[in-house]
Design a protein around this ligand. Structure first.
Ligand code: SF4
Length: 78
């Protein structure tokens, strides 16, 4: 079920800001471990990604329990 999120939310900003890392790995956003990626960014970029994911994902048609867990990890670990 690769790239299902892309079909559910063709306007995902994550695909516009940078090439989406999940899509680059043929994964849905909730299947990709965003924590190491975000941790490796400069602090300003970390904040932008966290803000985007936390504000937009819960309202997205692709949001699911797995993505909710991922957001909790991002907020706790980054
Ligand atoms: S859940 Fe978040 S990252 Fe995934 S498609 Fe929706 S807005 Fe994009």
């Amino acid at each position: 079920m690769a790239n299902q999120c892309s079909a559910l939310n063709p306007d995902c900003i994550a695909k516009k800001r940078t090439p989406c890392p999940a899509l680059e790995h043929s994964k849905n956003c909730w299947e990709y471990d965003w924590v190491p990626l975000i941790k490796g960014l400069p602090s300003e970029e970390q904040g932008k990604w966290k803000l985007y994911l936390v504000e937009h994902c819960p309202r997205c048609p692709a949001f699911c329990p797995e993505m909710k867990s991922l957001l909790a990890r991002i907020q706790a670990d980054v």
